[in-house]
Design a protein around this ligand. Structure first.
Ligand code: F6P
Length: 510
């Protein structure tokens, strides 16, 4: 770590601590500068966007100044410029990270290439909806990690109102996952999307082969004719048997967990329609422009990262939780788990030196109000301090009695207030310590543009965390060793540790 960065961290660590109650008392205007609207439309009649309220965190003007100094010492502005210029920001793999170019914000040539690939995908999606591939009622999307979680979260969030085709996302190699999808689909009217950046991932390729067999076993004459491949290595998909007219490529500079904006998003477009998919991209692009063009505390992803680092680095919080008070966002915590933990779960800096503090906290969460009746006990009275993000929508996603949505929102706000205020009791078992931080993202409505903006906000927040910690968020070598050992086991090796050897034997694999 450079001396400038070490000094910036030290100054942050030396800042006096105050409780949230003290901070609100000392600065009643806190909400004005820490709760900010992000607008996706300038139509005052029909507001579209979100309110991002970070006032219930312990950020102070002095801490913010300290984090701004850290950002300067970390070359934040230069790193952000490189990100959007399509320059190398992933030094261990000598790659750019061009997910924003997929949304139209980035290096000109990359934006143009992405637009051309997107146009091809749009034609295929429209052709499917127009019946060019026959009667298509179902799509089984096979992929794992970033090749599954993005489509899954978007389809689950948006398809209730907009569904054109019934999509099932299958990730796990456990055949049960595939069988669940088979049970819900008619082979005669089903397409298979094989989504793999590398087109080598064993789970995906094995599931894809079994899906083809299922089609053939059920009388589909040309199973390969029902497959669409989504990959950064189109030649591998063609070699595997997919006709090149149904291979939708994307650039190698798009990381797996950042790939839902590329052809990996094909099932989203098939599910909700092309215009809606493009609207999701437009929402993300609005956040790209905000993130690229805004400095300091007004930069919303950077602001969120300041609070993240305050808790993870300075207060020793080992986890952070996300609770969606919206059933449609039930998969968002899992999506963010991969985004943040696969990006920033590192022990070395971008220069390869050991880091000198914790990196990504463990991201976890669930949906409200379910989680209130299960895990909130620990959040209110446990010994761990867990910074929480609440996410909710002003417009309801349901058509039930308005009481449902009113109770949902009231509970969401009540939790944030209770965590902060706490409650005195002479009975220790009934006392709440309070002073527990949370942030709230309140969207006007959960439409495609808003979902796109929400996800892009988290992508950039993850990037800001990485830059301020001095780590590379775009590689993921930590996932490789387990894959190597699994391959060795498959190859018949039996000389592992005594415990593993015994397990293999017990399962009849050794
Ligand atoms: O094993 C981790 C990982 O490489 C993720 O980063 C990626 O999203 C996932 O596997 C799937 O990889 P692919 O898209 O190449 O099949």
């Amino acid at each position: 770590m450079t001396q400038a960065r070490a000094n910036a961290w030290q100054q942050l660590a030396d800042q006096p601590r105050a409780t949230l109650a003290e901070l609100f008392a000392a600065d009643p205007a806190r909400v004005d500068w820490l709760a900010t609207r992000f607008d996706l439309s300038d139509d005052a009649e029909q507001p579209a966007g979100m309110l991002l309220d970070w006032s219930k965190t312990h950020l102070t003007r002095d801490l913010v100044a300290g984090f701004e100094a850290l950002a300067e010492a970390s070359d934040f502005v230069e790193m952000r410029r490189r990100l959007f210029a399509g320059e190398v920001v992933n030094p261990t793999e000598n790659r750019a990270a061009e997910h924003s170019a997929l949304r139209g914000v980035g290096k000109d040539t990359s934006v143009e290439e992405a637009a051309a690939l997107r146009q091809r995908m749009g034609l295929l999606v429209d052709a499917i909806h127009d019946g060019a591939l026959g009667d298509v009622r179902h799509l089984i999307h096979i992929g794992i990690g970033g090749s599954a979680l993005g489509p899954a979260v978007a389809i689950d969030a948006l398809s209730r109102d907009l569904e054109l085709v019934d999509v099932h996302v299958v990730a796990n190699i456990d055949g049960v996952a595939l069988e669940d999808a088979f049970a819900a689909c008619d082979p005669e009217t089903t397409l298979i999307a094989v989504a793999s950046k590398t087109f080598t991932t064993i789970e995906t390729m094995t599931n894809a082969a079994s899906a083809l067999k299922w089609l053939a076993d059920n009388g589909v004459e040309d199973p390969y004719g029902r497959v669409i491949a989504l990959t950064a290595y189109p030649e591998k998909a063609v070699e595997w048997g997919v006709d090149e007219t149904r291979v939708l490529p994307f650039a190698e500079s798009v990381g797996g967990r950042y790939s839902l904006w590329s052809s990996i998003g094909f099932p989203i477009a098939v599910s909700i329609g092309w215009e809606e998919f493009e609207s999701m991209l437009a929402g993300a692009a609005a956040v790209d422009r905000h993130f690229r063009d805004t400095d300091g505390i007004d930069n919303l992803p950077l602001r969120a990262a300041m609070a993240d680092l305050y808790y993870s680095r300075l207060m020793g919080c080992e986890t952070r939780a996300v609770f969606a008070y919206d059933q449609r966002l039930a998969l968002l915590p899992s999506y963010l788990q991969q985004l943040e933990m696969e990006s920033n779960g590192k022990s070395v800096t971008a220069e390869g030196e050991a880091v000198d503090g914790h990196t990504a906290p463990i991201t976890w969460g669930g949906v409200g109000t379910d989680a209130q009746h299960a895990v909130f006990q620990l959040l209110h009275q446990g010994t761990h301090i867990v910074p929480i993000d609440f996410i909710a929508s002003i417009a309801p996603g349901d058509l039930q009695d308005p009481a449902h949505h009113r109770i949902l929102l009231m509970n969401c706000f009540a939790q944030g207030a209770a965590l902060m205020a706490g409650k005195h009791s002479d009975d220790p078992a009934r006392a709440y310590p309070g002073d527990r931080p949370s942030a709230t993202i309140l969207v006007d409505d959960l439409d495609p543009a808003t979902l796109g903006a929400l996800i892009a906000f988290h992508e950039h927040r993850t990037f800001c965390n990485a830059v301020l910690m001095g780590i590379n968020p775009f590689d993921q070598f930590g996932v490789e060793l387990g894959k190597e050992i699994a391959k060795k086991i498959e190859g018949g090796a039996e000389d592992f540790d005594a415990s593993t050897d015994a397990l293999l034997k017990a399962a009849g694999l050794g």
